[in-house]
Design a protein. Sequence first.
Length: 368
Amino acid sequence: MTAEKMWELSGLTGEYDAWSFGCDPNGLAQLVKDGIKTATCSAYLWYELEGEEIPKVGEYNIILDEDENAVCITKTTKVYRTLFKDVTAEHAYKEGEGDRSYEYWKKVHVAFFEEELKEIGKPFDENLELLCEEFEVVYKEKEDRPITTLFMLMSVDGKISTGSTDALDYDQDLPQIGGVKEGLHQYYEIEQTTDLWSFNTGRVQAKMGVNEKDMPSKTPVSFVLLDNNHLTEHGIRYFCALAKQAVIITSNPKHPAFQVREENLHIIYQESLCLKEAFKRLKNDYGCERLTIQSGGTVNGWLLKEKLFDFVDVVVAPVLVGGKETATLIDGKSITSRNALSELGVLKLKECVVLEDSYIRLKYEVVR
């Protein structure tokens, strides 16, 4: 997308400047788009030598990638001058690069300015005057995939099951617990109001017995199932009977779904699973605009790392479960370095509803 087109789509008015970062333009543009990089700096002497105007608070900038495609629009919120040696750890963190530490910032910027200043035969020293800018993203192109909401029932300590074995399950176990069963109906009532496309996993559905259940009545809901080896042919036919549209995402070329011939059954086969690409196909091939996600903790962790959550909507039951092997809302591999902090999901609370019988509902927007 060109800068001109993005500006037109944004609905913003006034003037703007369009530019790309001089070092790693694609990587830094993505950090800006994701809300991780909210500051930058440059050598002040270039403004003097080249007669450029100093950036001003309130100005708009369109950030480009290395091919001059528009990535996002930012608005400048702060401009100030300082010496290199006086740059703060707070500014280094806002620049969003590496592990976001001052030490990392200093290392890469010393190298950058040393190379840049060679062009005019000037040595680098820490008294170099910098122009620092801070900004916020005010517009970015919408993802070419469904808008997603992670909708789950969880305990106060974040568990989504009563234990670590397939024999234990909220649907079967919470109705047996006094003080919890009384308000449980509220979760199921809210569930009935969620999107008409639902994402789940074959493992979870097999655990719920779809491979053995009698054929259900048709519903207006379409189901997307990530599965390689948990659903049987009966389980596939169960969802064909239940769903308006049934979509299987699999990397198993011998999946039972290939043996089923139903008009409403669709298969997204990938040699190597890529949920980002699969979600694009859901929108472009099957018309899925909004998708409610109700998968297990491991897949939720995968979706988090792929930045595929837009909203989080959780109903919290008044119970503590415990157990480090028990599935939580988000599982999967933990990060082991500050370099991976960008993989975390930052949320903005949109609504907190106190329900009956000590249940609460928390609704968040995923900021990045």
